[in-house]
Design a protein around this ligand. Structure first.
Ligand SMILES: Cc1cc2nc3c(=O)[nH]c(=O)nc-3n(C[C@H](O)[C@H](O)[C@H](O)COP(=O)(O)OP(=O)(O)OC[C@H]3O[C@@H](n4cnc5c(N)ncnc54)[C@H](O)[C@@H]3O)c2cc1C
Length: 310
């Protein structure tokens, strides 16, 4: 692993650094490049602007590893409000949640209860309800919670991380069950026996997972591909593969993070591809921001520029 990537991923788990960073205006200014604001109103305003550019949205309220049942319940309540606001606005906006923010560390029953409430409510809007994938110790529990609520929402989706050695096998069961799948490379610090250390292997694994989801039997079963990547080479490879099989462009989609590769987002939409932007908002942005720095350490330049007032 690139040592800088490792450093940022260690920092992501450091609560002292989190408190310090959240107090610093120049860090907050750097973060704003990837986040339209801290409130739901900020996120919905961004979704409206993106809709004008034919880009759908996925909304996520930042937070993770909530250790208090009342707080986890309040997070679920917040998502009920998000669904209500999306319904009122008529925006093409989906919702993505982290199970540790819904109390997974307190037990799967807590996460099932909270995700179940969101699922009951979110089925009233047309989009999918996504579950993020967190670090590897949570993978089995995440699938367990997902399956426990599957009858409560017809369009449930989950992220699958291409860097995990286990993901090809996991994908087979998700395909059999007809889940929507968001393939991503993977953003956490993982040991080599759990996740592929070489980027080239991760990229190849990503393509194979995407290709599996494009297969006839997968699509017939109701499984679908959302390719969550900013990697232009991978995107071109997936499009070429789908075109070679004459798969219609509306049968799969791409998703990127707010503020990253904006021109690629616009290009895909202009070429008739479905593309969504994941808009994160909220006050608990530090670990999430450290993972964005780990993905591209050059992003730290924005922090330095902010510090120098440029
Ligand atoms: C919609 C979406 C949902 C995601 N959900 C999850 C999830 O549930 N679980 C999880 O573990 N991970 C998730 N991720 C993060 C993902 O795992 C990767 O860490 C992240 O997408 C970077 O990988 P990449 O595919 O963009 O490719 P890379 O090879 O890392 O990047 C390709 C190019 O994209 C640009 N780029 C990538 N990242 C950045 C950045 N931070 N800042 C600026 N430019 C950048 C650069 O130009 C880079 O050269 C998600 C990502 C997306 C887009």
């Amino acid at each position: 692993m690139n040592p800088l990537r490792g450093l940022f991923l260690v920092a992501a788990d450091n609560s002292w650094l989190r408190v310090q960073a959240q107090r610093r205006g120049f860090v907050r200014r750097a973060v704003s490049r990837f986040m339209p604001g801290e409130t739901l109103d900020d996120a919905l305003a961004a979704a409206k602007t993106l809709a004008g550019a034919r880009l759908g949205t996925i909304l996520t309220h930042l937070g993770e590893n909530v250790a208090d049942a009342a707080e986890a319940r309040a997070v679920a309540d917040h998502y009920l409000e998000v669904v209500r606001r999306v319904r009122e606005s008529g925006l093409d906006a989906e919702v993505s949640v982290k199970l540790t923010q819904l109390g997974l560390d307190l037990g799967t029953a807590v996460a099932i209860e909270n995700l179940g409430r969101i699922a009951d409510c979110a089925r009233t809007i047309p989009g999918r309800l996504w579950v993020d994938m967190e670090s590897s110790p949570y993978v089995d529990r995440t699938f367990g919670v997902l399956r426990a609520v599957r009858d409560r929402h017809p369009r449930l989706g989950v992220a699958v991380q291409a860097y995990l050695h286990r993901s090809a096998a996991d994908l087979e069961t998700l395909v059999a069950d007809g889940f929507a799948v968001r393939v991503v490379k993977g953003a956490y610090r993982e040991p080599a026996d759990v996740a592929m250390p070489r980027k080239a292997d991760v990229d190849e694994s990503f393509f194979r997972l995407a290709a599996r989801l494009l297969a006839d039997d997968a699509r017939r079963n109701g499984a679908s591909l959302t390719a969550g990547t900013h990697d232009p080479r991978l995107i071109a490879r997936i499009v070429a593969y789908a075109d070679s099989l004459r798969i219609p462009r509306d049968a799969y989609e791409f998703a990127m993070l707010y503020g990253i590769q904006r021109s690629e987002q616009a290009r895909l939409a202009a070429e008739g591809h479905r593309c969504r932007v994941l808009v994160s908002y909220g006050r608990y942005w530090f670990p999430w921001y450290m993972r964005r720095l780990a993905e591209r350490p050059a992003n730290v330049l924005f922090v330095v520029r902010g510090m120098l007032g440029r």
